[in-house]
Design a binder for this molecule. Structure first.
Ligand code: SF4
Length: 266
């Protein structure tokens, strides 16, 4: 990392209110993987630790059980490749394929990631490059990841919707219905220990709720046995930089949960 990059990183960390940086790199190490049990667990808030605000009931049922393509002998990378090939580069399962899409934007990152970020849908830069979170919001997400001493290569990043909606409008219910099973399969393939849902749309889709993101963030949920933390979308932070501090609080909780998963007995 260059001196300029280090200075930019420290400046961003100061904006977030970071007061210290861990020198302990060991917490990045993933626990030996456990096999998915394939059972569907209702999305529900967890009590978490003493710093988590009081949990409130989620106004919905569990997400539908996805098709799990992973076999016991299949690596996570192979499982992701299989899902990507199932979607195909010319997917026509919903109307977005005919509304100006350039690329199907699948997902990027470490197939063995302990931490997974889920966003809404590709924007213009992502549509052109075929990679999620590469525009301005993506650059901010990269800084957020680095603020907890990880890199984009350590995590896995995907969206609920794989094709750009025209004029970046909100995805419509029929589009979500056709595309979300692929996200569920990606989550099953990666088997992260923590999921961060970026923004209202991702959080509401994964948790099957209509609660606003302002009520969802600050809490820890169970998504099919995985800790899920909703937070603000980086694009929202670009418009509302004062909310970076709340995102930093969420990311500190993410880091703490990852550390707990690494050392459950501590
Ligand atoms: S959004 Fe999803 S379901 Fe719709 S065309 Fe793209 S990949 Fe297929």
């Amino acid at each position: 990392m260059s001196r300029d990059q280090i200075e930019a990183h420290l400046k961003f960390a100061a904006e977030l209110g970071v007061t210290g940086i861990s020198r302990d790199a060991a917490w990045r190490v993933r626990r030996p993987p456990t096999l998915a049990d394939g059972e569907s667990t209702p999305a529900a808030p967890l009590p978490d630790d003493a710093t988590t605000p009081a949990a409130m009931p989620v106004a919905s049922a569990a997400p539908p059980a996805p098709v799990v393509p992973v076999t016991l002998s299949m690596s996570r990378a192979d499982a992701l490749s299989l899902i990507k090939s199932d979607i195909g580069p010319e997917c026509t399962r919903c109307k977005l394929h005919a509304l100006g899409r350039t690329h199907v934007v699948f997902g990027v990152g470490n197939p063995e990631a302990r931490l997974m970020f889920v966003g809404e849908a590709p924007g213009g830069d992502e549509d052109i490059q075929g990679v999620p979170f590469v525009g301005r919001a993506g650059q901010l997400l990269t800084k957020i990841i680095e603020a907890i001493d990880l890199t984009r290569e350590d995590v896995y990043i995907a969206n609920v919707i794989k094709c750009r909606p025209p004029q970046n409008r909100n995805p419509e219910p029929d589009e979500v219905e056709r595309c979300e099973p692929f996200l569920f399969r990606q989550i099953d393939a990666v088997q992260p220990q923590v999921i961060v849902a970026l923004g209202k749309f991702a959080a509401q889709t994964l948790l099957r709720t209509v609660e606003p993101i302002s009520k969802l963030r600050g809490r820890v949920f169970d998504y099919r046995g995985v800790r899920l933390i909703p937070t603000f979308h980086p694009a929202y932070l670009l418009r509302n930089p004062a909310s970076k501090r709340e995102v930093w609080e969420d990311m500190k909780r993410v880091k703490r949960l990852l550390a707990e998963e690494r050392s459950p007995a501590q």
